[in-house]
Design a protein around this ligand. Structure first.
Ligand code: KIV
Ligand code: ZN
Length: 392
């Protein structure tokens, strides 16, 4: 399979994301999210884990009926029941993918399964063979791949590809790997499999390295990234879709890869997810956080007002954020205050701006973030001659 520099985005917001605390979604909510994700241009929508609940089964079924042009994936462990259930949930899909997995690390074999490596290898291959009886497109994941013995992992990769897997995913299930090491692992398996399968990565963020690990994997030859909106997912979450995609877009000079993501839809997608689940991203979250394009420090505001490129590496509109914000707080400077006065309809002389600025710093020292009403009030009480040009 010649893959070039196109990187496939496998969205698992509705599966790995949904299975984390506070993130469960009804079928209707999954459909709303799926609609936005298709607008966003993801290549694959993993819509659920059908054996886990009737709701998940219905969600996969509904998403496959509704979004027939998109590839829809259903997850199942490497056993007959799970795979049959996944296959059934996908019966109306035009482009179905069964995603089957089994853990391969000795830690999981010893404590979770009490099975030998040989047993797990055989179960992995049989699961893929069974899944191939239902669909052409089968993905296999070696859960906890990054803590698996590399020679054994390579044997498993060969066995599942031989059994018919088209995509082999090597998850960093517990977010343990570091970029250089993960890159080496992926590089070894890419070389081992050649063009027989697409190598996929699925990174958790326990050490805050999910995006860095995913990018290292792409540089090493992986061509599918599994990720979620706002980085939601088990424990510390998954690789954040918006971060990994924007890193490749903005630093295309160093990361010359393409995705099918229409980045202008990112913010809307993030907002919709936050309105459906019980929380949104933290304010300082890259790309979609409330402060991602907000400037409070005077030096930054002054630079930004002279030329945006001084403190912004891309236009927020590129990800659908309507505009940057100049926040007026205790660190702000005259330049931003003057701009806000103008925006509020007040035309002040330099001296008047100074007077207002003086009062403003006193107030800002006591209060976090000042509203437009408070600024307008400050101007009126400080500069008597000034009448607002428009209603402040
Ligand atoms: O984290 C993980 O290993 C998974 C697999 C099921 C792909 O979510
Ligand atoms: Zn996961």
């Amino acid at each position: 399979m010649s893959q070039g520099n196109r990187v496939y985005i496998f969205d698992t917001t509705l599966r790995d994301g949904e299975q984390s605390p506070g993130c469960s979604m009804t079928v209707g909510e999954k459909l709303r999210m799926a609609y936005k994700l298709t607008e966003l241009g993801v290549d694959t929508l993993e819509a659920g884990f059908p054996i886990a609940s009737d709701g998940d089964f219905e969600a996969v079924e509904a998403v496959s009926r509704e979004f027939r042009w998109v590839q829809v994936a259903a997850l199942g462990r490497a056993n007959k029941l799970d795979i049959e259930r996944a296959a059934k949930s996908l019966q109306h899909a035009q482009r179905p993918r069964i995603h089957t997995f089994i853990a391969t690390s000795d830690i999981h074999l010893k404590y979770k399964f009490k099975k030998s490596r040989q047993q797990v290898l055989e179960e992995a291959a049989s699961a893929v063979q069974l899944a191939r009886q239902y669909v052409d497109d089968v993905e296999f994941s070696a859960e906890d791949a990054t803590r698996t013995d590399w020679d054994y992992l390579e044997e498993v990769c060969h066995a599942v590809v031989e059994a018919g897997a088209r995509t082999v995913n090597l998850p960093d299930t517990v977010g343990y790997s570091v970029p250089y090491e993960y890159g080496q692992l992926i590089n070894r398996m890419v070389k081992a499999l050649g063009d027989k399968a697409v190598l996929s990565v699925h990174c958790h963020d326990d050490l805050g390295l999910a995006v860095a690990n995913s990018l290292a994997a792409v540089e090493a030859g992986a061509r599918q990234i599994e990720c979620t909106i706002n980085g939601i997912g088990e424990r510390a979450g998954n690789c954040s879709l918006e971060e990994v995609v924007m890193a490749m877009k903005i630093r295309n000079d160093k990361l010359p890869y393409q995705t099918g993501i229409v980045t202008e839809h990112i913010y809307e997608c993030s907002r919709l997810l936050s309105s459906i689940i019980t929380f949104g991203p933290q304010p300082n979250k890259a790309i979609v956080g409330d402060n991602a394009f907000a400037h409070e420090a005077g030096i930054h505001q002054d630079g930004y007002l002279k030329d945006k490129s001084t403190y912004e590496i891309f236009d927020p509109k590129l990800v659908g954020v309507p505009e940057s914000k100049l926040v007026l707080g205790k660190h702000s400077g005259r330049h931003a205050l003057k701009k806000r006065c103008e925006d509020l309809g007040f035309e002040l002389t330099a001296e008047e701006v100074n007077m207002v600025y003086h009062k403003f710093t006193e107030l800002a020292d006591r209060k976090k973030g000042l509203t437009n009403d408070e600024i307008a009030n400050l101007i009126r009480t400080t500069v008597e001659r000034v009448a607002p040009v428009t209603a402040g």
